[in-house]
Design a binder for this molecule. Structure first.
Ligand SMILES: *Cc1c(COP(=O)(O)O)cnc(C)c1O
Length: 332
């Protein structure tokens, strides 16, 4: 895996820290919990999309783009990080926001990530929930092209083989950090959505033969569908980085028991996880992704899924800006 072959623009603060969570580990009675701080990637409050955008924005500029389009849910962290990267690189940014929750809460619709999209100078337009957002975006991109613009489209979550390179890179970074720290990682856990993070990680881990089992905690799709999405993208990513066949279907594992009522709707366990991390570790999770991912990890610890002396790393994928779109979900 020679990632230097692919065009990249350095946008993230890397490597992100790998830190122990001693208080949470003690509270749960083991295992030893660690956190990989991809919430600290730097651009506009950070998050996992910035690693993907290092490769996606390089591709956009190589193709001479003067406007980048992407799409996501109203409180999309991907949209916000894309807006910030476009601002840094002097490219226009246009975002389609899908109303997946039908919330009429003002903070949800205008604060948090939506506020930051606009602060970075991106233009936005809304769509009702359940549309084919990829098709909607292509229609809008064609409109820009007919006006003479060179429009580059980034899929939702930045999840294609180019974006997934960012998480192949993260897997290499994490294994190097663990090696330097003499840390034997027994499990790696994170929130999985549009699949690029998990697909990139599993490609990197299997490509290195790292022997680290990976668990994605789902936030939307049922288990079978989520695993299928991740697997398909991982196969394409492994081909791209030159290790075709590195990822087997059984390497892709998702647990989708912590979604609650649906995408973007925090479950009681989500709120508990966010509150625990804030109070025990001083760390901000988010109500859509990392809060559900951590709820899954906490529950699996309580159920004795891991040995007490094992080292389990939680990849913090960011999203704290969305908290300000969800203040109504906390009763204090
Ligand atoms: C997008 C996102 C995820 C999920 O990553 P995917 O690559 O879409 O699976 C997890 N956490 C946060 C905070 C995100 O914004």
């Amino acid at each position: 895996m020679n990632l230097a072959r692919f065009p990249r623009i350095h946008l993230a603060h890397l490597p992100t820290p790998l830190e122990p969570m001693e208080n949470l580990s003690r509270e749960l009675g083991g295992p030893n919990l660690w956190i990989k701080r991809d919430d600290c990637t730097g651009m506009s409050t950070g998050g996992n999309k910035t690693r993907k955008l290092e490769y996606l924005m390089a591709d956009a500029l190589e193709q001479g783009a003067d406007i980048v389009l992407t799409q996501g849910a109203t409180q999309s962290n991907h949209a916000r990080q894309t807006a910030a990267c476009c601002a840094r690189l002097g490219v226009d940014c246009h975002i389609l926001l899908e109303d997946r929750t039908e919330s009429n809460n003002d903070n949800y619709n205008y604060n948090g990530n939506v506020f930051l999209d606009h602060l970075h100078g991106a233009t936005t337009e809304k769509r009702g929930g359940g549309l084919d957002m990829a098709a909607e975006m292509e229609t809008v991109a064609e409109k820009f092209r007919s006006q003479g613009r060179n429009a580059y489209t980034i899929p939702g979550g930045g999840s294609n083989p180019i974006g997934a390179l960012g998480y192949v890179n993260c897997a290499m970074e994490l294994i190097t950090q663990a090696n330097d720290a003499d840390l034997r990682i027994d499990h790696l856990v994170h929130a999985t959505g549009s699949a690029g993070t998990q697909a990139g990680l599993i490609t990197g881990l299997q490509g290195m033969n790292a022997g680290v089992p990976l668990l994605g905690v789902g936030v939307r799709a049922p288990k079978e569908k989520q695993e299928e999405n991740v697997y398909n993208l991982a196969v394409a990513t492994a081909e791209k980085v030159g290790c075709p066949g590195a990822v087997k279907r059984e390497d892709v594992v998702a647990n989708c028991d912590y979604v609650g009522e649906g995408y973007g709707i925090p479950a009681p366990s989500t709120i508990e996880a966010i509150t625990m991390l804030a109070k025990l570790e001083g760390i901000l999770l988010d109500p859509v992704y990392s809060g559900k991912g951590m709820a899954g990890l906490i529950d699996l610890c309580r159920k004795g899924q891991f040995e007490r002396d094992q080292n389990v790393v939680f990849l913090h994928t960011g999203g704290s800006a969305a908290l300000f779109g969800y203040t109504h979900a906390f009763d204090f």
